[in-house]
Write a protein that binds this ligand. Structure first.
Ligand SMILES: N[C@@H](CCC[C@H](N)C(=O)O)C(=O)O
Length: 297
């Protein structure tokens, strides 16, 4: 990266325990290399996180300048290996929470620019006990490319649904979440050309009527405690499996999706848009030693 002359401020936050290093960079001055991101996200040698959220004014970022009229802030999301992803559902909630904490947004509605387009967010007011309110994100429409894919872990294989929530997912319904094994390695997904840029894989079990639970292996991050886009992909796949299509029934479908790190509430509306509600927490803030970070390259 271009090392900043001054210590670099950061915050740490999570949404249902999908955790992020947050780097405010309003004027887009930082050029964070993949190695620098991986170093910041390293849980032993760095701060630690499943990913990194760089907070940049849309007008100051070439990928977001066209959205600047509608969304002042761009979420530059990176996976913990430094790779770039189009969208991060838990990340958008945490990003909005950061803006609120920094006095850059008020409770209520705001728009966030992402590589998958603009996401509209609602920050609820604080709860009566002073804890932060939940955050709702309008996640756009799920795309369901035709054709089945297969997910394999060790000796076990499952048919899976290809769902795109701005980023790619393969959703497999399984008898037991333990059947996914330790998930140290990425599951095999075939045919490989279904996902030319890699894929996030969700394993899903039923918990009750319109209530499911998942484990996820994320592209670029490994197994995480939650994935917001993944939970939305799972909700839509579960609804179709259950014979529920809001475009046909004319009323929203609402599912509870449990993740290892908590619970998300997800609705699909008759116009096909998906809405996710869940927590977003900032846990710490500090400064990064620029000399340490410069050695990442
Ligand atoms: N944890 C995220 C998804 C982050 C991106 C993903 N690993 C990818 O590469 O597509 C979420 O909450 O959606």
């Amino acid at each position: 990266m271009n090392a900043p002359a001054q210590p670099l401020p950061f915050l740490k936050g999570h949404g249902t325990e999908n955790d992020f290093v947050i780097v405010p960079d309003p004027d887009g001055r930082l050029d964070l290399s993949a190695a620098a991101v991986a170093r910041l996200c390293d849980r032993r040698a760095g701060i630690g996180g499943d990913g990194l959220l760089r907070v940049v004014r849309s007008a100051a970022h070439p990928e977001a300048a066209a959205m600047a009229d509608e969304a002042e802030w761009f979420m530059d999301y990176r996976n913990s290996d430094g790779s770039v992803a189009e969208m991060c559902g838990n990340g958008v909630r945490v990003f909005a929470r950061y803006l609120e904490r920094a006095g850059l947004a008020e409770p209520g509605d705001l728009a966030v620019a992402t590589r998958a387009g603009i996401r509209r967010v609602h920050l609820a007011k604080s709860n009566p006990d002073g804890t932060p309110g939940d955050v709702t994100v309008h996640m756009g429409r799920a795309l369901l490319p035709p054709g089945e894919v297969t997910v394999t872990v060790g000796e076990r294989s499952w048919p899976a649904r290809n769902v795109n929530m701005g980023n790619p997912h393969a959703v497999a319904f399984v008898a037991d979440l333990a059947h996914a094994g330790k998930l140290f390695d990425a599951p095999l997904v075939s045919p490989a050309d279904a996902y030319p840029s890699g894929v996030n894989v969700e394993f899903v079990v039923d918990r009750g009527p319109r209530h499911v639970a998942l484990r996820v292996h994320e592209r670029g991050s490994g197994e995480t405690r939650s994935c917001g886009t993944g939970a939305c992909a799972v909700m839509v796949a579960a609804a179709r499996r259950d014979g529920v299509d809001p475009a046909v029934t004319g009323s929203p479908a609402r599912y509870t999706v449990d993740v290892p790190g908590g619970r998300l509430r997800i609705a699909e509306h008759p116009d096909g848009t998906v809405e996710m509600t869940g927590p977003a927490v900032i846990v710490a803030e500090g400064v990064i030693d620029p000399h340490w970070l410069a050695t990442a390259n």
